[in-house]
Ligand binder design. Structure first.
Ligand SMILES: NC(=O)c1ccc[n+]([C@@H]2O[C@H](COP(=O)([O-])OP(=O)(O)OC[C@H]3O[C@@H](n4cnc5c(N)ncnc54)[C@H](OP(=O)(O)O)[C@@H]3O)[C@@H](O)[C@H]2O)c1
Length: 292
């Protein structure tokens, strides 16, 4: 049996992290910086804990997935640099970046399409300038700034609306929509667009970045652009779901909301395709693999 490769990872218990550790259980020896680890909990905002963890690790790379990901809860904390969203997303990333510099690690930050304002009609490229319109996106943009200004090896992978084949405790967009459709209560925007990311493929993209040490900013979704309504209809057809889907209107919905919503967060992956040695599944094919 070949020896496992040591790998530092944050957020290993989350939606994406738990799929990554499941798929690559035989390849990597995971050294997890996990706040709810029953034996050795590590808070990524705790500088001395993170530094001592890095110092004792022979891993060359840290995959950084941990984040405050509740966008609506983050909006309630907007502007608050003592709030959890800022602390986890910005201070946590800063701590990891400092540790990566000191102990010479490659840091792979997982980021989001919410760094963009969502006003562009076409796919966002890596050359488009971030301009976040809400606090979660703002804190992730700050975390990107920290990493891009660092002197260690770094990669940033931006994704949007990730979903995985198997169900997880936190429902992803595909499982959430499938549930709503089946319950017969699906009202889906036909004027809100996103770029779904199939997590089963995305974890292979992360593995590729680790192995190839490819650095820089990469968009790593499916490269497709879907409206919520079209995504729901496709799910219904592929999975033969009962229930009725109604169209709804993002502009009307937003009139009663305080939190701003991006209209389009679909990303171009042309840059990634230049380096990635495999093709990701088209989203409709990924839908066929969904277990409800
Ligand atoms: N999900 C999305 O829609 C989406 C979209 C675009 C980008 N992303 C990015 O993708 C990455 C992974 O997202 P996800 O959906 O997998 O996240 P998730 O399911 O919300 O999991 C977040 C993880 O962060 C950990 N964590 C939170 N605070 C921590 C702290 N202070 N110290 C150490 N660990 C801490 C959590 O640990 P516990 O569970 O133990 O609390 C959990 O493992 C994030 O960087 C996110 O910004 C996600």
């Amino acid at each position: 049996m070949t020896e496992k490769i040591p790998l530092l990872i944050t957020g290993s218990s989350g939606l994406i992290g738990s799929k990554f550790t499941q798929v690559f259980a035989d390849k990597y020896e995971f050294q997890t910086l996990d706040i709810s680890d029953p034996v050795r909990p590590i808070d990524i905002t705790d500088k001395s804990a993170v530094f001592s963890f890095f110092e004792n690790s022979t891993a060359q790379t840290c995959v950084h997935l941990a984040a405050f990901t509740d966008v609506s809860a983050a909006w309630e904390q907007r502007g608050d640099k003592n709030g959890l969203a800022y602390k986890i997303n910005v201070t946590g990333t800063e701590t990891l970046s400092q540790a990566a510099s000191k102990f010479d690690k490659h840091l792979i930050l997982i980021s989001t399409a919410y760094v963009f304002d969502g006003k562009k009609d076409t796919l966002y490229t890596e050359n488009d300038k971030p301009n976040p319109i809400e606090w979660y996106g703002q804190t992730k943009a700050y975390s990107e700034d920290i990493v891009t200004a660092s002197d260690h090896l770094w990669s940033i992978l931006r994704i949007d609306q990730p979903f995985r084949s198997d169900p997880f405790t936190k429902l992803d967009i595909a499982h959430k929509f499938a549930q709503k459709i089946t319950e017969g209560s699906a009202k889906l925007f036909d004027n809100h667009y996103f770029g779904p990311t199939f997590i089963d493929d995305f974890v292979r993209v992360i593995d590729f970045m680790i192995q190839s040490k490819t650095t820089g900013i990469y968009h790593a979704t499916s490269g497709e652009k879907w409206s919520d309504y079209a995504f729901g209809l496709a799910l219904q057809e592929v999975l033969k779901l009962p229930g009725k889907i109604e169209k709804s209107d993002l502009v009307a919905y937003q009139q009663n909301q305080v939190r701003p919503y991006q209209t389009n967060t679909a990303l171009s992956i042309e840059k990634l395709k230049q380096v990635l040695p495999f093709d990701q599944l088209p989203i409709v094919e990924a839908m066929r693999l969904l277990q409800l």
